[in-house]
Design a protein around this ligand. Structure first.
Ligand code: NAD
Length: 255
């Protein structure tokens, strides 16, 4: 084990209220592209969109686009935001194990892919919603991701209303319950692991400033605006890194 991993191991072994704050980079090792990496969505042509206009992803995933041009919104959403085959990777799995051990109090995620829950984590605060929840805007009926994935054009409810993904679009507010839970967990944490996020999407990225515990760790492929403030910065893949953490010697702690 190298010295950075040793330090991470020591910090994790000595902490009891760890909170993990993650972004799209947590799921790249599951085959879901992030937005801002070299292979990210922002650098790819928008195949699947039915029109040739070149919109920025922020525009395509905005409330304005959903309201004014829902055909284009859903074409982009279906082809670029839904990954039904994706499976939890080593990062998701280790975090679920850490929760089981009683040392990880919460996962706060900007992701919408549901992979933390698929790995077994229960205390998950989804700041940007989930592709797995979809609701009719008229009658409120709930639909699974597959319904939106396999629909054509604008997905419609049996009542005729539009089925909207419960993901937070640009210009929309964050869900209150998730915000409250996330801030409480971060405020009480003794260790915060920030990983796989460029920390450039507000207001979510501002949440990390509520942390005042002992160890702030960043695991990211590229530098982040928070690196200067961190106690440990590991430039690398989060799944590969967390995979090497040993939990066997940590006694089970009641949460
Ligand atoms: P981002 O694309 O802005 O940044 C991702 C960061 O992760 C980059 O700094 C990159 O260097 C790093 N990274 C990539 N792979 C990594 C890995 N294996 N290990 C460690 N670091 C890695 O993502 P963001 O900050 O989360 O903001 C983008 C927004 O788009 C968020 O709101 C997010 O929810 C959403 N989004 C979600 C998904 C998803 O649900 N999987 C996918 C794409 C975008």
């Amino acid at each position: 084990m190298n010295s950075q991993l040793d330090r991470l191991q020591q910090m994790i072994s000595g902490s009891r209220k760890i909170v993990f704050f993650g972004g799209a980079g947590v799921s790249t090792e599951s085959g879901i592209p992030d937005f801002r990496s070299a292979n990210g969505l922002y650098r790819r042509p928008y195949s699947g969109a039915s029109q040739t206009e070149t919109y920025a992803p922020e525009e395509l995933l905005s409330h304005t686009m959903y309201r004014d041009n829902p055909e284009l919104f859903f074409a982009f959403y279906r082809s670029h935001m839904l990954y039904p085959q994706a499976k939890p990777n080593e990062a998701h799995k280790k975090l679920a194990e850490m929760e089981q051990t009683g040392i990880c109090r919460a996962v706060v995620t900007q992701n919408i892919d549901g992979l933390h829950q698929a790995a077994g984590s229960q205390a998950v605060y989804e700041l940007h919603g989930s592709v797995h929840r979809n609701h009719c805007e008229r009658c409120g009926r709930q639909y699974p991701m597959e319904y939106v994935l396999h629909s054509r054009g604008i997905p419609r409810c049996a009542c005729g209303g539009v089925v909207k993904p419960s993901v937070v679009l640009y210009e929309e507010a964050l869900p209150e319950e998730a915000v409250h839970g996330a801030l409480e967990a971060i405020t009480q944490a003794d260790m915060l692991i920030v990983a796989g996020t460029s920390l450039s999407v507000y207001p979510a990225s501002g949440f990390v400033h509520y942390f005042s515990g002992a160890h702030l760790v960043i695991i990211n492929q590229t530098p982040t605006p928070l690196d200067q403030e961190a106690d440990l910065v590991i430039q690398g893949a989060v799944g590969e890194t967390l995979k090497q953490i040993r939990l066997e010697e940590i006694k089970k702690h009641p949460s």
